[in-house]
Design a protein around this ligand. Structure first.
Ligand SMILES: *[C@@H]1O[C@H](CO)[C@@H](O)[C@H](O)[C@H]1NC(C)=O
Ligand SMILES: *[C@@H]1O[C@H](CO)[C@@H](O)[C@H](O)[C@H]1NC(C)=O
Length: 178
């Protein structure tokens, strides 16, 4: 996962308010951090005082594809839009097989990139997708990342030469359908 140099200028302005989780019904209309109605799903935190992620994902074979799609959206929000390393790493398992040759596998190898809770972009300037036929998810910002989900957790990652899927491949979450 490459950390982009593109950071939203607005993010600094929006870091302050106590961000409570938005009700599901608000997700679609209040997802742009430039909007006065913006409600972050997750609270931005700087956790770089911690040497390791506070919590990782425990694989669970009972997690359904629908639940995995919801988690993929939560992961994208925490990683790209909200800058919430606590939630982001709570969705990564302890394997995190890394296909970027610049990093070792395992969540610990990328913790320092994300612990500060930097935001990368708005929902309007970025995109996400979960393909229920492959259990893969994508995030598009200045690059395209791809992850494979296993037993409800992010398990594997690619970020070189990835192409964002066509929208008809992407799972439609009930809460994000306008
Ligand atoms: C595993 O996932 C299922 C489905 O979401 C859930 O009902 C169950 O509580 C989970 N088990 C654990 C130990 O978290
Ligand atoms: C996707 O994950 C579900 C469990 O969440 C599993 O039942 C299914 O076999 C997986 N599909 C693929 C293609 O790996």
């Amino acid at each position: 996962m490459r950390f982009p140099t593109l950071l939203s200028a607005a993010s600094a302005l929006l870091a302050a308010p106590a961000a409570l989780a938005a009700p599901a019904s608000e997700i679609s209309s209040q997802n742009d951090i430039l909007s006065p109605d913006f409600v972050p799903l997750y609270k931005r935190e700087n956790l770089c005082n911690l040497k390791a992620p506070p919590q990782l994902c425990t694989p669970n074979k009972s997690v359904t594809v629908e639940e995995t799609a919801q988690r993929a959206y939560q992961f994208y929000r925490a990683f790209v839009v909200d800058g919430d390393p606590r939630t982001m790493f709570s969705l990564i398992d302890n394997v995190y097989e890394q296909h970027n040759p610049g990093y070792r596998s395992g969540p610990q190898a990328i913790w320092s990139l994300f612990c500060s809770g930097r935001k990368i972009g708005t929902e309007q300037s970025t995109d996400w997708c979960f393909d229920a036929t492959t259990n893969m998810s994508w995030a598009r910002y200045s690059v395209v990342d791809r992850w494979r989900w296993v037993d409800g957790c992010v398990h594997e990652h690619w970020d070189q030469g990835e192409r964002f899927p066509s929208k008809d491949k992407c799972f439609k979450l009930p809460t994000t359908t306008p």
